[in-house]
Design a protein around this ligand. Structure first.
Ligand code: SAH
Length: 398
């Protein structure tokens, strides 16, 4: 069956000509043929010239582009896209005996809008963010097996909270393939980490902070470290290896604290330098005595998921950073992040600047941090840049 055709309003083809991977609903003039949500459609300009092929959906994004060439979206298409993504990760040197976790598919960054795939040892965790990717999941799984067959034996599907509708996933949907016993311990730069992809946040682990964890390790020697919003304790483990004098991990979720304790014990059994606290970040910082820590990591959840709450989110970043700056020892190092997609690099920097001004601390930016190379940013889709980070040196009060 030929794909249904979507014709755009005059002048609305410009962004597609610049390879932006979304069509907004306001750009659509009419549809030729029948479509249901998640179907593959072809896009044409108002004069009838072919522009692109993609998955259609209901909502402000009407189509997520898969290809700017007139081609069939079949097994071969998925295989080629996955192959080229895999090749990039191989070129980046991410598949080693001392590192077996990385992001294989980063949505628009890998020209597959709506799809995330993370590799955890011999398990791939697939996450669909669009109805089209949900429908294509078995084809995607087949292509993953073909391309990465000697690496992955299990494919777990985790999309219950990322689809725009309730996909009513049942237990059988959890594993698209399960051929071998699953190992939930992965290796990131020689450290072992337990990943809970079934119950954990996102796909189970924040692979997007790998290089920042290595950087932190370099700064940790002899420092008293506070890892705020620790989740699975990745930063804590790298601080331990870096020779920190003590590491305190804080998260409001008791489950996260259990995982952090488990991960620290896995790598540093009976090492008494580490302690974890189930507590709210702001409460913990308020109780903290000034000068107790000289390295603080702030990696909170996204404070803004929508543009509407941007102002509140920026206030939140300012308040959090001010609280940390107030308490950090002179000459302290602050790793501070925002993973909100709607918060720009400039917005975040302004929030941190305001925090510095409010606390009267002298603050220097040592380095600007971003997401890792296996989370590539599509140059035609700047929205795919989501992690913003600053490595700060905090001196005495002015
Ligand atoms: N830094 C982590 C990822 C952080 S995810 C890593 O590298 O893996 C955000 C974490 O913040 C979650 O674990 C969540 O439980 C925790 N969290 C959310 N609100 C919080 C709050 N008010 N105080 C403390 N922790 C909070």
């Amino acid at each position: 069956m030929p794909y249904a055709k979507i014709y755009l309003n005059a002048g609305k083809e410009e962004s597609l000509k610049r390879f932006h991977p979304w069509v907004f609903s306001g750009a659509v003039n009419h549809i030729e043929g029948r479509t249901t949500e998640g179907d593959i459609v072809e896009i044409y300009d108002s004069k009838g010239n072919y522009l692109a092929t993609g998955h259609c959906q209901i909502g402000s994004i009407a189509v997520r582009i898969l290809s700017f060439r007139k081609e069939k979206i079949d097994g071969n298409f998925w295989k080629q896209r996955i192959e080229s993504a895999f090749q990039l990760r191989q070129n980046l040197g991410l598949l080693r005996t001392d590192n077996n976790t990385f992001r294989l598919i980063h949505g628009e960054g890998d020209n597959l809008s709506g799809l995330i795939v993370d590799i955890y040892g011999n398990t791939a965790v697939v996450q669909a963010h669009s109805p089209g990717m949900h429908i294509a999941r078995m084809e995607i799984a087949e292509a993953l097996k073909t391309v990465l067959g000697n690496i992955i034996q299990n494919i777990y599907y985790k999309s219950e909270s990322t689809l725009p509708f309730n996909a009513k996933l049942d237990a059988e949907d959890d594993y698209l393939f399960r051929e071998q016993s699953v190992s939930d311990i992965v290796v990131e730069n020689r450290l072992k980490l337990k990943v809970d992809w079934q119950r954990g946040q996102k796909t189970g682990f924040f692979v997007d902070q790998r290089e920042n964890r290595l950087l932190l390790e370099q700064f940790a020697h002899n420092r008293s470290v506070l890892n705020m919003f620790c989740y699975t304790g990745g930063f804590s483990c790298f601080a331990m290896r870096g020779g920190a004098a003590l590491v305190h991990s804080v998260d409001s979720s008791a489950k996260a604290i259990d995982l952090t304790n488990e991960n620290v014990a896995l790598n540093f059994p009976s090492d008494t330098r580490h302690q974890a606290f189930t507590e709210d970040a702001f409460d913990f910082l308020e109780k903290t005595e000034k000068g107790k820590y000289d390295l603080i990591i702030l990696d909170p959840p996204a404070f803004a998921k929508h543009r509407k709450v941007l102002k509140n989110a920026l206030q939140g970043y300012k308040k959090l950073n001010a609280a940390a700056m107030e308490k950090i020892r002179e000459g302290g190092i602050l790793f501070t992040f925002s993973c909100s997609q709607v918060v720009s690099k400039e917005d975040f920097r302004l929030a941190v600047f305001s925090a510095a001004a409010q606390t009267g601390r002298r603050v220097k930016i040592l380095k600007q941090l971003t997401q890792q190379a296996d989370h590539p940013i599509n140059i035609y889709h700047p929205e795919s840049e989501y992690i913003k980070g600053l490595l700060l040196y905090v001196e005495q009060e002015r």
